[in-house]
Write a protein that binds this ligand. Structure first.
Ligand code: GDP
Length: 295
């Protein structure tokens, strides 16, 4: 994960090796390379610029007080800033409802259906919940089948209505079914498109309004870099979602989405997907991710 970025940051920190203290000049040289590394990782230009400005101020300020070597100080400051940028504290999922209703949103192919299964499995096995999965993709019978296959794999019931073309109705009926049958979490998987379009946004906004979810999650493919951030913004403008799920972090992703998304939409990343299997889900810890980025 993020090998390229880790290597480049490491090279940047090397500039300070052998220097007894931080100076305006050596810090500027180092941060120029840090900024370049972030831009290469597909971090938005303004975020990369603000990032290095903040680290520079802290480096000059703390230099006087610290006993750390310049290189160590810089690693620490970059790590702290990355952690802050990616969300600071760990954010959980709101499970206060009975049932707790979780709405999944995102583009087609982002990993929504897979993640719905992973989340159901996580809540069942780790949180002792009884989840119900709901198939609301009325356009692609294959998507409904896919959710049934996932449900079978993890031993979680899947609610779907063959022939019903109204996702609001399906979601509402599913919630009634959950209440009547003792399910305490309802995970609603919705239809995505290949790109943001008005019809899809209207549809998911209608479902959102009708079922008033406790938690609305936006799923995005981390391999799509800056596009991931732009798509997040479009969905957030419409749904005001609660959290982001970054998928495919096991792939050759450059890291830009992980680093930028929180500061653009001001919503935390809550989970990451790290593979196709149902167990490939991790709670997102900003500080652990920062550690990984720093290699
Ligand atoms: P949806 O259209 O948003 O429901 O996306 P799917 O759940 O069908 O996922 C699209 C493809 O991405 C499938 O082939 C999944 O197996 C794959 N996928 C989903 N999540 C991950 C992940 O975290 N890592 C990898 N490597 N593949 C994933």
């Amino acid at each position: 994960m993020f090998d390229n970025l880790s290597d480049k940051l490491d090279k940047a920190f090397h500039i300070l090796k052998g220097h007894g203290k931080i100076t305006e000049v050596n810090v500027a040289d180092t941060l120029k390379e840090v900024r370049r590394a972030l831009l290469d990782a597909d971090v938005n230009f303004k975020i990369a610029k603000d990032f290095t400005t903040k680290v520079k101020e802290k480096a000059i300020g703390e230099n006087v007080l610290t006993t750390l070597q310049p290189g160590q100080l810089m690693v620490k400051l970059v790590k702290d800033e990355l952690t802050e940028l990616m969300g600071g504290d760990v954010a959980g999922v709101n499970l206060s409802g009975n049932p707790s209703i979780i709405l999944m949103s995102g583009l087609q192919g982002s990993g929504k259906t897979t993640f719905s299964g992973k989340l159901a499995n996580f809540l069942k096995t780790k949180k002792n919940k009884k989840p119900l999965l709901v198939a609301c993709d009325i356009y692609r019978p294959a998507a409904i089948n896919q959710l049934h296959v996932v449900g079978e794999q993890i031993g979680v019931e899947v609610y779907s209505e063959e022939g019903n073309k109204n996702p609001v109705e399906i979601a509402q009926n599913a919630i009634k079914h959950a209440k009547a049958n003792g399910f305490n979490v309802v995970i609603v998987d919705t239809a995505g498109r290949l790109a943001v379009d008005e019809e899809m946004m209207n549809e998911i906004a209608n479902v959102h309004k009708a079922i008033e979810p406790h938690e609305t999650l936006f799923v995005v493919d981390s391999m799509t870099g800056q596009d991931a951030v732009n798509t997040a913004k479009a969905f957030n403008d419409r749904l005001n979602f609660d959290g982001v799920i970054l998928t495919k972090l096991d792939g050759d992703t450059r890291g830009g989405a992980a680093i930028s998304i929180k500061s653009v939409v001001n919503k935390p990343i809550k989970f990451i997907g790290t593979g196709e299997k149902m167990e490939a889900i991790d709670v997102f810890y900003p500080s652990r991710m920062a550690d990984r980025i720093l290699g």
